[in-house]
Design a protein around this ligand. Sequence first.
Ligand code: GLY
Length: 386
Amino acid sequence: MMNTTAASQIETAPWINEAWEQTVKKVLRTSSRIGAEFPHASQGGTYVLEAPHWWTAGFWPGLLWLLHEGEGNANLPFRQIAEECERKLDEVLDGYDRLDHDIGFMWLLTSVINYKLNGAEGSRRRALKAANYLMGRFNLKGNFIRAWNPWSEGEDNSGWAIIDCAMNVPLLQWASRETGDPRYSHVAEAHMGTVLNHFIRTDGSVRHIVRFDSQSGEVAEYIGGQGFGPESAWSRGTAWALYGLTLAAKHTGRQEFLDAAKRVSHFFLSQLSEDSVPVWDFRAPEETKVLRDSSAGACAACGLLLLAELVPSAEASSYSSAGERILKSLYQNYGSFDQDEEEGLILHGTSHYPERKNMDVPLIYGDYFFVEGLARLRGGVTIPWE
Ligand code: GLY
C-alpha cells in the first residue's frame, strides 16, 4: 500500500523554500533568547517558558533537530541547544512521579531523533526507558493506555484515555523495532484498536476523552476535555487522530487504520473554510468559532502528507495537495515572518478554550508541525514519529 513518491512528486514550489529560509532566519534569532528551555505559548510576542515536565517540552528541541538536518547539519547552534534540552529532561525521566501518556511527545522529539541521526547511545537508553514507562500504563481489560495520574488526592482517573495518545504510541513502535521485542508494538496496536472502536465516530469526527471502567474495561463515559463538549469535534483532537491513525497504518500495515485515517481526514477537510485553517472546535457555538487553532491545521497537514504516501497513487494527490494548501495558508495568512518582535512562527493557535488558556496565540507545537510540514515538502529530513 506504499506510495512513497507521492509527497516527493510535489514540485518544491517557491513559497516552500522561501518559508523555510524565513523560518531558519527567525529561529536563529529566537534561539539565542530561548536557548535550552521549554517554550509553550507566546504571549505579547515572547514565548512563555515552562518547566521541563510540561507535555510540550519536546517540541522546541524537535523543531531545532528538523532545522539542523534540513540545513545539512550546518554550523548553527540548533543541535547543541536540542541536546541540552534532552539532557535537562533527565530530571523528569528519573525524578518525576507524574509521567503520563505524553512521554512520546517528549522523548520521540529529543532522544529518538538524536539516536536516529547520531546513534547517541545515551539517547537510545533514555528513549527505551520512556517507552517502558509508556507501556506500563496499558490497561489490559480496556486495551487502552492510561492518560494522566490523579491530579488531586483521592481522585480516580485510572480509566481515562485520550486521543492525544495516538501521537505518543509511535514511541512504542520505535522501541519494538529497536529491540526486536514485539510487546511494545502489541500494546501500540491494541491502544490504536481502542481509538478505532471508541474515539472515532462514524462521520469521522473524534472524541477527546473516553473514561473506561478501569476494572472491567467497559466504556463508562465520554468527556469533552479540551473540546466544547462530549459530542463536539475539537479540531486538534481530530488532527491528533488523523496523523496518529496514519502512523498506525504505516507501522502495522493494517487497512482498517488507513481507512479510519481517511475517514477522519475527510471529516477534517470538509470542515475547513476558505483559508483552509480550522476553527478550534468544529461543533462549538458559532460565536466562539472566531477562534482558530492553527496548530491543528499544521498537525493535520503533516498527517495528510504522510497519508498521501500510503494510499494508492490515484488517491495520493488529493491528500498531498490538501496538506500543502493548509501549510501555504499558514505561511501566508498566519505566519509572523514580518513581525520581528514576535517569537512564535505561526499565529492564532488555541491551546485550551474550556479553561480560557492560551487562546489566539502562537503555540510551540503549531510551530513544530509547521516546520515538519515544510521539511516533508522539501524532503530529505528524518521524521521522528516514523
Ligand atoms: N492535551 C494536549 C493538547 O493540547 O493537545
